[in-house]
Design a protein around this ligand. Structure first.
Ligand SMILES: Nc1ncnc2c1ncn2[C@@H]1O[C@H](COP(=O)(O)OP(=O)(O)OP(=O)(O)O)[C@@H](O)[C@H]1O
Ligand SMILES: [Mg+2]
Length: 451
């Protein structure tokens, strides 16, 4: 019995010891847990972050996919727009071409009709019809050019040339129109060479000069320029009505005509739209400064070019076809009251290399001749206000004090015209004028004494 009690006692002690060890172990485990609270939190955060990263990655992937879709839509829209543009341009090209052909034919037929003997009234009607057709033709050509510029099929033909030649010839072309409206038109050159496409640039400057003259009532237009940082800026100043600040962008859009435009004769509101696109194609920045009530200054900025020294100097495109013969640099004064004939005649003469001055009356011609004597005169038989071509030529000859060789151009095929020419010691050229005939007669005149 005592033995059993002892054993129980012994077992109790062992259990108590084990319980103590157990308690110690548990408390150690609990302590070690307590010492690493961050690890668990980090573990939890990592899991949360991992979820977030996965979610964000999915969102980013979705966004990327939708950007790709938008890009694809944009690419397709761009392709469609380009195709539409090309189509528009090719439709416009063919329409314009198909319309231009019969228009041209009509104008030719009219000019032939004009060469028959007719009364003043009929001639007037023919002139009127021709002017309307010319306007229509110009509008079509302009639309055609706009469509070409849009389609990017007009590529500049870069070359270096003297800018004064280009501006000078434009100023000459506008001289008569300006004088008719009592406006001054001046050009100050500086003998600089620039790099551009002379034909395209010509249209830019032409539009700026034409606008300056059209919208100016008093004063006039001055074309000058300045060099700065390797560039040459052509500046066209006018003393016109000016352009209000809020209109300065709009006027460069198609068919935008300001108040000034309503009074300035017919126009389409296309000139500056062409200027803007040409300047873009040529990469020549356009500038505009204006004060309402005082005037405006439009400018176009070109890269300056080295002036060639030893090599033969290239001419600008409009005179590059100029003949080397007796007409080269010949000073010709054209007296003509019809603007269309005048334009055609001076274009032809300029092409042959002549230096052309134009006038619409004897007085105006005499004034021009006094400043620079012509070597030959071409005068129309009938001028405005019943002035005769022969009388106008006589005024010029008196002004320069020389018997300048001259020719009388007329549609009048009667003997009276021939007699009038003979009495005034002038050659006679009948309309329709054939270029070859004009050229040989002019060469003959230039070989005469007094030329
Ligand atoms: N130098 C200027 N002075 C004042 N207003 C001008 C001048 N140049 C242009 N404008 C204004 O800007 C408008 C647009 O000119 P733009 O040359 O585009 O067309 P347009 O001269 O009316 O016609 P188009 O040139 O087609 O014959 C003109 O109608 C005019 O109101
Ligand atoms: Mg214009």
């Amino acid at each position: 019995m005592t033995e059993t009690t002892d054993e129980v006692e012994e077992l109790r002690r062992k259990v108590a010891k084990l319980e103590k060890i157990n308690a110690k172990l548990i408390s150690r485990v609990e302590r070690s847990y307590d010492q690493q609270p961050n690890a668990y939190a980090l573990f939890e955060t990592a899991i949360a972050l991992d979820n977030q990263v996965r979610r964000r990655t999915q969102e980013v992937q979705q966004a990327l996919r939708s950007i790709e879709r938008v890009n694809e839509d944009l690419r397709r829209a761009k392709e469609q727009a380009e195709a539409a543009n090309l189509l528009k341009s090719s439709v416009l090209t063919s329409i314009s071409h198909d319309l231009l052909q019969p228009l041209n034919a009509a104008r030719l037929a009219l000019s032939t009709l004009g060469s028959f003997e007719m009364g003043r009234e009929q001639t007037g009607l023919i002139d009127q019809a021709d002017r309307s057709l010319a306007t229509l033709e110009e509008l079509l050509r302009t639309l055609l050019d706009l469509s070409k510029l849009d389609a990017g099929v007009m590529t500049p033909d870069w070359r270096a040339f003297p800018i004064d030649d280009l501006v000078g010839s434009l100023v000459k072309e506008h001289a008569q129109g300006a004088a008719k409206r009592g406006l001054k038109l001046r050009h100050f050159g500086a003998g600089r060479w620039v790099t551009s496409d002379p034909l395209l640039l010509r249209r830019v400057v032409q539009n700026l000069i034409a606008n300056g003259l059209r919208y100016t009532r008093r004063g006039g237009v001055l074309v000058g320029g300045r060099a700065r940082a390797g560039r040459w800026t052509v500046e066209v100043w006018d003393t016109g009505p000016g352009i209000p600040e809020e209109r300065r962008d709009a006027i460069f859009q198609e068919f935008q005509r300001g108040e000034a435009g309503e009074h300035g004769g017919q126009g389409f509101g296309l000139g500056l739209a062409i200027v803007r696109r040409l300047a873009l194609a040529l990469e020549h920045p356009i500038g505009l400064m204006s004060t309402v009530g005082k005037g405006s200054m439009f400018s176009v900025c070109l890269p300056l070019a080295e002036q060639p020294r030893d090599e033969p100097q290239p001419r600008p495109a409009e005179t590059s076809l100029a003949a080397r013969g007796p007409l080269r640099d010949a000073r010709i004064l054209v007296i003509e009251n019809d603007a269309a004939v005048l334009a055609a005649m001076s274009a032809l003469l300029t092409r042959w290399g002549c230096e052309v001055a134009v006038a619409s009356s004897g007085d105006e011609a005499a004034e021009i001749a006094e400043a620079r004597a012509p070597q030959a005169i071409i005068a129309d038989l009938h001028l405005d206000h019943f002035e005769r071509g022969a009388t106008a030529v006589a005024k010029v000859r008196r002004a320069v004090g020389a018997a300048t060789p001259a020719m009388l151009v007329t549609a009048d095929h009667s003997d009276t015209a021939a007699r009038e020419a003979e009495e005034a010691e002038m050659a006679l050229l009948r309309k329709p004028v054939r270029p070859a005939e004009l050229r040989s007669l002019l060469s003959y005149l230039l070989s005469q004494p007094g030329a």
